[in-house]
Design a protein around this ligand. Structure first.
Ligand SMILES: [Zn+2]
Length: 467
């Protein structure tokens, strides 16, 4: 084993999503022992505290270590586990590049050596980083498997508030509430509206399990929940009979579902906001499309009016278009191109910092230039010429900057489009917007082949990918 005389030891405490943490002191002790065992001399210990590599926050000690590595002051790295160093594949790439450039080959983790000079060493490092990135996901998956096993036995899921109609054990009926459910089922099947039933519940003083007044949404959830007719539901799907007695018959239950989940009954649709605002362009005039609802149905359109200067020639229904673009984005996240574009070069912090500096300098230049002209030192023509040059450079840098920083919005989902697909509906609108914007620069909407048709013709949609 090669002797090393200026090794870096890196430790980081992190409270990751599983709530586990490993003390910095323990990490440092293990790393020091490893150095002694190898006869290596530790030059410096770099410690970042309470900063998760996931959060994207700066890790000052880590940055310092990279600088020291880059400038040849360190000849090896000892770290407790690769997940202390990086959580994102792109970070690893940057680290590997720095080490390779500086000729540092020895990166030691207590779970095994990684020789960056060897092809498979780098592969190992990449795999370990990928494993670290997946670690909390796999913990979640283990939890999910357990939940599925329980579901398959028909036993209830514990935790959280009890379901309406049942006692705390989630199996015994709550007699009064069970009676309310039977009454509600009968009323609904007799044609009473959810609003009227919610009003009735409020008038009779029946509250939800959380002690709140009933809303139509909550009421619909309760009355369409297969748990009420003795079915065990797991992740939205009935997977078999439950261990408890039904409150209403399965036949009634199915009729309730058909009745209450009928999409045409939904009234709160127009309350949804617009996912693609600012991202759509008119295929006729190039203007941005605005939200343009008609008869309560969400649409995007090239609007003519006092504060919109469109041509009025393009309209498209929002619902299907949004679903289509979302699917395209999720698919794109899984594509090798995207993977390459986002991880190959890496959204590196250095580049964004440099760009930010350049943009600041150009902004200062513009100010100086205006002053110089005001002082009469240059002509107006000279001013405009210089200004245009600076401005076009500034614009270019702004676009690059936006692209680099927006990558962060999706970095954690690259290659995990499926996971994102599952959780998509539960994300906030602003999170969804951030993800769509990171992948799509804009989409042009072409005129409809058959005007007024309600379905979505994908041929009308021309997305321009960011990467
Ligand atoms: Zn237009």
């Amino acid at each position: 084993m090669t002797k090393r005389s200026a090794v870096a030891v890196y430790a980081r405490i992190s409270q990751d999503r599983s709530g586990e943490e490993l003390g910095v002191r323990r990490q440092l002790e293990d790393c020091r022992a490893e150095a002694v065992r190898r006869g290596w001399v530790v030059a410096e210990e770099y410690v970042d505290d309470d900063v998760s590599a996931y959060s994207g926050k700066k890790r000052p000690a880590y940055e310092r270590m990279l600088t020291d590595l880059a400038e040849g002051r360190r000849d090896g790295v000892i770290v407790w586990h690769m997940d202390r160093l990086h959580r994102r594949p792109a970070e690893l790439e940057r680290f590997v590049d720095t080490c390779t450039a500086a000729g540092v080959r020895d990166v030691v983790t207590l779970s095994g050596d990684i020789d960056l000079a060897k092809g498979d060493g780098l592969l190992m490092a990449r795999l370990l980083a990928a494993v670290a990135a997946n670690e909390s996901d796999s913990k979640r998956r283990r939890g999910a498997r357990k939940a599925l096993e329980i579901a398959q036995t028909g036993r209830p899921l514990m935790g959280g508030p009890r379901p309406f109609g049942f006692q705390e054990d989630r199996v015994s009926h709550h007699p009064a509430e069970a009676q309310v459910i039977r009454e509600l089922a009968a009323r609904a099947l007799a044609g009473e509206t959810l609003t009227s039933m919610a009003t009735w519940l409020q008038a009779t003083g029946v509250k939800t399990v959380g002690g709140k007044e009933w809303r139509t949404q909550t009421l619909r959830q309760v009355l369409t929940n297969p748990r009420m007719w003795g079915m065990r539901v797991h992740q939205g799907t009935v997977i078999g009979p439950a261990t408890w007695e039904p409150i209403i018959t399965p036949e009634l239950g199915e009729r309730l579902r058909r009745l209450l989940l009928d999409p045409s009954r939904r009234t709160n649709r127009s309350a949804r906001r617009y996912l693609l605002t600012g991202l759509l362009r008119c295929g006729k005039c190039g203007n941005r499309l605005n939200s343009a609802p008609k008869n309560g149905v969400r649409r995007y359109g090239c609007v003519m009016g006092p504060d919109a200067h469109g041509c009025g020639g393009i309209f498209i229904y929002a619902e299907l278009l949004e679903a289509f673009i979302t699917q395209a984005v999720l698919y794109r996240l899984d594509s090798p191109d995207m993977h390459q574009a986002l991880t190959g070069t890496g959204p590196d912090e250095e580049a964004t910092r440099e760009l930010a500096d350049l943009m600041q300098q150009d902004t200062n230049r513009l100010d100086d230039l205006a002053e110089t002209w005001a002082d009469g030192d240059i002509s107006k023509a000279e001013w405009i010429k210089a200004r245009d040059r600076i401005q076009s450079r500034l614009e270019g840098n702004r676009r690059t900057f936006a692209r680099l920083t927006q990558r962060d919005a999706v970095a954690e989902y690259i290659g995990h489009g499926d996971e994102l697909r599952e959780s998509w509906e539960s994300l906030t609108l602003s999170r969804q917007v951030a993800i769509v914007k990171a992948v799509v620069d804009h989409a042009t909407i072409l005129p409809a082949a058959v005007p007024g048709r309600k379905g979505l013709d994908p041929e009308r949609v021309r997305p321009e990918w960011r990467v």
